[in-house]
Design a protein around this ligand. Structure first.
Ligand SMILES: Cc1cc2nc3c(=O)[nH]c(=O)nc-3n(C[C@H](O)[C@H](O)[C@H](O)COP(=O)(O)OP(=O)(O)OC[C@H]3O[C@@H](n4cnc5c(N)ncnc54)[C@H](O)[C@@H]3O)c2cc1C
Length: 477
């Protein structure tokens, strides 16, 4: 039984671990150590005040990191229930335009191309032949993988190279800000591999055979009915609602200590576990959960190094938030658009490095005041394009051209943030490498006293991170 658990890193993974460990071991001391003065890691929401074109004050919520969640992550729904956050939810129903309409920007075409959301929409879609060819190929040519491969290889095998380039690369840009030719399909899209297995080499057939997911073991209250018919959701004050509520909850727990503005500088295992902090303070917890990005754990390990911490690269992205007057809707209704990789790769004159744009106001207008709220959009840049330094005026002219060559209204507010190494890119073999890491943690000098979790281990989505925190230390009793 742990008497004292040190949790390294206060992002979503670390905070979720602290929440669940403090409930599971009410008599253990839990120490959270976070190098920044603010908890939450990449989840950061800011409310800004701007004046509209008539000089009226408006309050707009901007996200730097995650912005919308899907209701399939039970661990997050459980947190919402247990922390009493239901009344702060902003729900986007499946019937809303933001749920039904997603677009691609396809090089050489004018305006955005809608992704077909029904069979009827497919019939009149410019992407009809791409989808029909992909469907026929997967149906008539069964193909089962022998080992891990890239997302591009998997999608090419099942749906053809064109589909993999157009849809696959765009999807990977939207979720991982990565190159689909380098991302492991098993680690990044496990449901595709499961569908392939169930369908004996046919992904579409396999996806119809999926068994309903079970919510056993999760304390969901009435969250299942709250999320009935919901496509995506957020909170009136953004995703930081979760991390702020976790912080407030943990602050009331007598057995939890939060050390902010304190970096971990050394982690060692001799006769006992020892954590040294940037302040010089040393603690000797009985157990440790590392919720740090994996490459940042490596240099802290004094004696016993661990395998594979530097095996994956990470994507760096720039996030550009733009706010326009409410009267100036210049884009179609919908979630936003993604831009596929060009046939010539990432060095091309057509795209200076834009991955996609989210039309935030379509799904998240309830976050902003007054109503009708100002128009807010977020552009994501960088990732596989490398370091991009694009002036704001160039970004805006690309945005105007993507949505059909419109004249953009005057900006009310803008900001561009650079997030260095913010999303791990799992290369093929990641799952096997993480199994080896877990084996060393169990059987090596750490003898199971150190758990390594976080976006770089078990998945980058908020749901993956909260789930990993929930499972931290389950073998310690
Ligand atoms: C731009 C962007 C958009 C995203 N959008 C979505 C989305 O819409 N939906 C979704 O599900 N997911 C999204 N994600 C992914 C998701 O937000 C992240 O994967 C998740 O927040 C990672 O949480 P984490 O706790 O594992 O890591 P982090 O957030 O990186 O937390 C690690 C913490 O460790 C701290 N730390 C580092 N070194 C030390 C040290 N030496 N000592 C002490 N502390 C240290 C850091 O300061 C940080 O607080 C997005 C991510 C980004 C970057």
């Amino acid at each position: 039984m742990p008497a004292h658990v040190a949790i390294l890193g206060g992002g979503l993974s670390g905070l979720s671990a602290a929440f669940h460990l403090s409930r599971r071991f009410p008599n253990a001391l839990i120490t959270i150590i976070e190098k920044h003065n603010k908890l939450g890691g990449w989840a950061q929401s800011d409310r800004i005040e701007v004046k509209d074109e008539r000089g009226q004050p408006c309050s707009v919520l901007l996200e730097s990191g995650p912005r919308t969640l899907r209701p399939n992550a039970h661990s997050v729904l459980e947190l919402i229930h247990l922390l009493g956050l239901k009344d702060s939810l902003v729900l986007t129903p499946r019937s809303a335009a933001a749920a039904r309409k997603r677009f691609l920007y396809i090089y050489g075409t004018k305006g955005l191309t809608p992704l077909p959301s029904s069979v009827a929409a497919l019939v009149s879609s410019p992407l009809r032949s791409l989808f029909v060819r992909a469907g026929l190929r997967d149906t008539f040519i069964a193909s089962q993988s022998a080992g891990d491969e890239s997302v591009h290889e998997f999608l090419s095998r099942h749906f053809g190279e064109d589909f993999a380039l157009t849809l696959g690369s765009a999807l990977v840009h939207g979720i991982y800000a990565a190159d689909s030719r380098k991302l492991s399909v098993r680690a990044a899209f496990p449901t595709l591999c499961e569908a392939e297995k169930r369908g004996r080499g046919r992904v579409i057939a396999g996806s119809f055979l999926s068994s309903p997911t079970t919510t056993n073991g999760y304390d969901l209250g009435d969250m299942k009915s709250v999320m009935d018919g919901v496509s995506v959701y957020s909170f009136r004050d953004g995703l930081s609602t979760i991390t702020n509520a976790l912080q407030a909850h943990l602050a009331f727990k007598p057995n939890v200590r939060m050390l902010l503005g304190t970096g971990v500088s050394r982690l060692s295992m001799g006769d006992a576990v020892e954590v040294t902090m940037s302040t010089g303070e040393r603690i000797t917890p009985t157990h440790v959960v590392s919720a740090l990005p994996l490459p940042q754990l490596q240099p802290l390990l004094a004696s016993s190094s661990l395998p594979h911490l530097n095996a994956n690269p990470s994507s760096s992205v720039k996030v550009a938030n733009f706010v326009f007057p409410s009267s100036s809707r210049f884009h179609p209704d919908g979630f936003g658009y993604l831009i596929p990789r060009s046939k010539s790769g990432y060095q091309n004159s057509e795209n200076p490095g834009i991955l996609g744009t989210v039309f935030d106001s379509c799904s998240l207008a309830e976050q902003d005041r007054p109503s009708p709220a100002p128009i807010k959009v977020t552009m994501m840049l960088g990732g596989p394009y490398g370091h991009v330094d694009i002036p704001e005026s160039t970004l805006l002219s690309h945005l105007a051209s993507h949505v059909g060559g419109v004249r953009l209204p005057k900006l009310l507010y803008s900001r561009i943030q650079h997030h260095r190494d913010c999303i791990p890119s799992f290369t093929p073999g990641h799952l096997e490498r993480m199994d080896e890491l877990r084996q060393v943690l169990r059987e090596g000098p750490w003898k199971g006293r150190l758990e390594v979790i976080g976006a770089g281990v078990g998945g980058v989505s908020v749901g993956d991170c909260v789930e990993a925190g929930r499972n931290a230390g389950v073998h310690w009793q």
